[in-house]
Ligand binder design. Structure first.
Ligand code: ADP
Ligand code: MG
Length: 699
């Protein structure tokens, strides 16, 4: 049975060595089993026959039955095309072919009944279907029609070799025909019952050959669940093993540094969320296991203070701590803030970045090596092998998205036991997703802002309302506040974007003279950038025109207005990050989103969400909905132990939670993989791990 599934597809009816090679290189299909697991990514519903008089713009694929009334060749050169009028008695629709060929000119005949499949698109003032699929009705009637037509992924080379969706579907049929028993089940009967899943055999058959939409949906759900379940099983088991395997330094004491600072020098009362997170971290630190925790907290939620307090816990237990930031500017900012807050304790806190050179660097490195430097703030320069700590116990990594698993792994080598690691991020990711994507990390969330913050007021202006917008900015400037103007610069090499920024800079300088205006963009030298940021931060200039280089972490409490130009070109998460640059002081702050006048529905809705809510999690969810399984999905997926073929991290979040709970129960019930009832699950898990080499352990 299994030996049949493992057989090379070359031996399958309809596959020769040429096709076998192509299927392997283009789709990764080598065995019969691979072929059966090549899932169609969508189905075309061919259960309906539409009437031409009912067709409207925006309809997806439709199926029609009718006749061609006449043909016409139109246009010259590359615009040459064949046009036909098609009628079903309720109306006419135009068919059009752009690539003329001998074959095409004789392929279809006037007066023959056809079944047509295609997508109606507006063309001028009528609807037109380009390159329709046409089959003589007689032939269609004589063959059992697949009513839910599967569409498989294709590639240029497959197209060229005429391996179409239909070909793949036929090959799958050939493969199933020879199957002597139902396909092996990978889930237990209990799981299938509890989660109302059809069998694997049923699911595979229905996905490739089904007659109605419900069957397809049930098949998809079953296969998605399976995928997510094994993903979670793998991640949860891995997480559990990691906790057992890696001993950490137990931080048993809460000592004088922490207590002294907490009781006498804390500049404000901690929020309940900050307290809760510190408790969660503390529980990890005393457990004797190495901590790997992700701290998620919206911009301005006060993550830095958590880092500082946790660092003091390390000191109390005789260890050094370090805090890493993604940029020099941020590292300096953290250093200034933290060292001034901690100054009453008389600790040695140092800054180590690429900018620290010569004697100064040497002294600091010596201090780190002999343990005199207790807290080091820096950039990833800290990971370099030349930085040798006497006794590193804790590493805090700020703004995680710049640090990959590899960098974290490098940190593990900094002491004889790996230091505890706290990763902080303001990129809001829904919790269920975070647990999966950061499967090797435990997650804490600060879901509360410090009290007394005035929520940032967000407004949407069209570019025709610029004067009104400038008046508002002017009145803030008069109150002594500072203002950001941000321009999109998706790719730092895009000259047009830079031009927009330069023009914006001139327009702003002119409109707001004599206020001082500075600019920052990615093409400037680092020293120039830093000088501009410094001048803005020191209040020497009032307006900063910039690209998104300011996105991460700058803290200028006196800046109360963030104007985002061409806001339609930013993602929601990015807009939210930008908005977080203001609202850091006591005054009312504003975020102004400027777009062009005519907006698509999508853009209008996105602007409305920004205006309506300041909640990073709501925005993250919405962002994913709008972008679909795009960007984030890609990045997120790269961190997973298995590739997902049918389930979506974001779109299937609810099923993901269900699968996660199910997987957690199995691991609890059978921690050492001995229970026969679950044997089928463990063997499938190991099979998947063997097959998918990208299982990334950071050990
Ligand atoms: P983020 O989470 O974005 O890193 P920060 O740590 O930079 O946020 O904190 C933002 C600002 O809020 C800082 O000026 C910080 O001093 C202040 N802050 C942090 N926690 C509190 C608190 N509990 N009460 C009042 N202000 C706080
Ligand atoms: Mg921060």
């Amino acid at each position: 049975m299994n030996s049949y599934l493992d057989q090379d597809i070359t031996y399958l009816k309809g596959v020769g060595s040429v096709r076998a090679k192509l299927l392997a290189s283009e789709l990764g299909v080598r065995t019969v089993d691979d072929l059966l697991n090549t899932y169609p990514f969508r189905h075309e519903d061919r259960t309906k026959i539409h009437r031409i008089c009912d067709l409207t713009e925006g309809m997806q694929h439709v199926q029609l039955r009718g006749r061609i009334v006449n043909f016409q060749k139109l246009g010259e050169g590359p615009k040459r095309r064949l046009v036909a009028a098609f009628s079903d008695g309720t109306g006419f629709i135009q068919l059009v072919w752009f690539r003329l060929s001998k074959y095409l000119e004789t392929a279809y005949k006037v007066g023959v009944d056809y079944q047509l499949f295609g997508e109606p698109k507006p063309f001028g003032n009528h609807l037109s279907i380009a390159h329709p699929e046409l089959e003589e009705l007689e032939k269609v009637k004589n063959r059992p029609l697949l009513r839910m037509q599967p569409v498989y992924h294709s590639t240029e080379r497959l197209d060229k070799a005429h391996i179409t969706s239909r070909t793949i579907n036929e090959l799958v049929a050939n493969a199933l025909e020879k199957l002597s028993a139902p396909l092996p089940e990978t889930l237990t009967p209990e799981l299938m019952r509890e989660h109302e899943l059809v069998s694997r055999d049923r699911a595979i058959r229905d996905l490739h050959f089904s007659q109605n939409a419900q069957d397809v949906a049930a098949a998809r759900r079953r296969l998605k669940f399976e995928e997510l379940f094994f993903l979670q099983l793998s991640i949860l088991q891995y997480t559990k093993n990691r906790k057992i395997t890696y001993a950490g330094w137990p931080f048993l004491k809460v000592g004088s540094q922490f207590n002294d600072f907490y009781r006498h020098h804390l500049p404000f009362r901690l929020t309940e969320a900050q307290k809760r997170v510190i408790k969660e971290v503390h529980a990890d630190l005393k457990s004797g296991r190495q901590m790997n925790r992700l701290l998620q907290g919206d911009v301005g939620s006060g993550k830095t203070m958590v880092a500082t307090l946790v660092a003091l816990l390390a000191l109390d237990n005789g260890f050094q701590a370090c805090i890493m930031a993604p940029t020099e500017i941020l590292a300096e900012q953290h250093f200034k803030g933290i060292s001034s807050q901690l100054s009453p304790l008389g600790l040695r806190v140092e800054l180590l970045t690429g900018n620290v050179k010569g004697r100064r660097r040497k002294t600091i490195l010596e201090g780190i090596a002999n343990g005199e430097v207790q807290i080091t703030v820096g950039t990833h320069a800290l990971i370099e092998p030349t930085v040798a700590f006497l006794n590193l116990g804790l590493v805090v990594i700020d703004e995680q998205h710049r640090f990959g698993v590899k960098q974290r792994a490098a940190l593990w080598q900094k002491n004889s036991r790996p230091p505890h690691i706290l990763v902080m991020t303001a990129t809001p990711i829904p919790r269920t997703l975070a647990m999966t994507v950061y499967g090797d990390l435990d997650v804490s969330v600060i879901d509360q802002l410090p009290p007394g913050r005035k929520p940032i007021v967000t407004k949407h202006f069209r570019s025709t309302q610029r004067q009104q917008l400038y008046n508002g900015v002017e009145s803030e400037l008069r109150k002594g506040r500072q203002v950001y103007f941000v321009y999109p610069l998706i790719d730092e090499n895009e000259n047009l974007d830079l031009l927009a920024l330069e023009q914006g800079f001139e327009a702003v300088s002119e409109a707001f003279a004599p206020w001082k205006v500075g600019k920052v963009h990615g093409r400037m030298k680092p020293a120039e950038k830093e000088e501009a940021m410094r001048a803005f931060s020191a209040g020497e200039i009032q307006i900063l025109v910039s690209t998104t280089v300011i996105e991460v972490g700058v803290n200028v409490p006196n800046a109360s207005v963030m104007v985002v130009e061409n806001a339609e070109r930013f993602g929601l998460a990015q807009l939210h990050q930008l908005r977080g640059r203001v609202g850091r002081g006591a005054e009312q702050s504003y975020c102004i989103l400027v777009t062009k006048d005519n907006l698509s529905d999508n853009t209008r809705q996105r602007m409305e969400i920004m205006v309506d809510t300041n909640d990073g999690f709501v925005i993250a969810e919405a962002d994913m909905k709008f972008r679909g399984p795009g960007d984030l999905e890609g990045t997120a997926q790269s961190g997973l132990p298995f590739d997902l073929k049918i389930a979506h991290l974001i779109g299937d979040a609810a099923l993901m939670s269900e699968a996660r709970e199910a997987a957690a129960r199995i691991i609890e019930a059978d921690p050492s993989e001995n229970d026969n009832r679950f044997a089928v699950l463990w063997s499938q898990l190991h099979r998947l791990r063997r097959e998918q080499q990208n299982f990334s352990s950071i050990s």
